[in-house]
Design a protein around this ligand. Structure first.
Ligand SMILES: Nc1ncnc2c1ncn2[C@@H]1O[C@H](COP(=O)(O)OP(=O)(O)OP(=O)(O)O)[C@@H](O)[C@H]1O
Ligand SMILES: [Mg+2]
Length: 261
């Protein structure tokens, strides 16, 4: 069950890029143990919102709270400090390094031999092998193999496993199933649900309203920098949500009233 204090709370957030108003008075509360779908057309502001939460953009006005505490300073390390990992389709892994090395990219464990710091390969291999097995990678894949040998879905598994192993609390998946086969897509979506079931907050960004309606507990729709819909899944059908994206926010209130009646 989602907890009471929101893990992330955004209040009246505005962001301008020069004269362009990219985020318009956005407010939302997101809880641990929730799988939230963030949907909207190209240019709606989804990635920009995530970039603010990750500390990459400073809001023009409005507030962000992590765990009830106000974020005072937006800086690129904010996401790591708070335990937030963003998973994207095309970036995040180095093809020519082993799975084990990729697993620890940027946080390699070090051991000392005669005072000299050395990468702790045994530790990297052990932890990443565990993830490989628990996430159902092919049995003949080993942690020493280069990432090149992995399929798209398996690559996503490595990134998701990494997010879990480093005790993140928030995992943001930005179009994580682009270019994946149907089976791989299901696998990645299952992992998203597993993360939610382990108590993480999962923010799942996609254009596919039908996919996200099946998967998410809640759906947030953005349009032109504004949040136009924020509903629990059972409050609206996927068809109605699709209609919202087509017509803008106008039908939302009517639909909600009908669902409750
Ligand atoms: N650094 C920037 N400088 C100026 N404008 C920007 C910048 N980043 C994004 N924008 C603009 O802000 C708007 C929102 O972009 P954003 O990338 O957040 O959309 P999105 O919802 O993620 O779209 P998509 O589904 O295509 O990924 C777009 O009009 C985009 O051109
Ligand atoms: Mg985007």
């Amino acid at each position: 069950m989602p907890s009471d204090t929101p893990l992330i709370e955004v209040r009246n957030l505005n962001l301008f890029f020069g004269a362009f108003h990219a985020l318009k008075d956005v407010s939302l509360s997101l809880h641990a143990g929730e799988l939230v779908g963030l949907v909207g057309d190209n240019g709606a502001g989804k990635t920009t919102l995530i970039r603010v939460l990750s500390g990459l953009h400073k809001p023009s006005s409005g507030e962000v709270y992590f765990d009830g505490r106000r974020v005072e300073r937006f800086h690129p390390k904010l996401a790591i400090e708070f335990g937030m990992e963003t998973i994207q389709q095309s970036v995040g892994l180095c093809d020519n390094l082993s799975i084990a090395r990729n697993f620890y990219l940027g946080r390699e464990p070090v051991k000392r031999r005669f005072g000299i710091p050395l990468l702790d390969f045994a530790k990297m291999r052990e932890a990443s092998t565990q993830v490989i097995r628990s996430f159902g990678l092919r049995a003949n894949v080993s942690a020493d193999d280069e990432v090149e040998v992995l399929s798209g879905g398996e690559r996503q598994s490595i990134k998701i496993g990494r997010a879990v192993a480093f005790r993140n609390r928030v995992v943001i998946m930005d179009e994580p199933t682009n270019h994946l086969s149907v089976r791989e897509r299901e696998h990645v979506n299952d992992l998203a649900k597993q993360l939610r079931d382990q108590g993480l907050l999962v923010i799942y960004i996609t254009h596919d309203i039908f996919q996200v309606h099946k998967l998410a507990d809640r759906v947030i729709i953005m349009e032109n920098g504004t949040k136009i819909t924020d509903v629990r899944k059972h409050e609206m059908t996927a068809e109605a949500l699709e209609q919202v994206i087509r017509d803008g926010g106008r039908v939302v209130e009517a639909e909600k009233a009908r669902a409750i009646a």
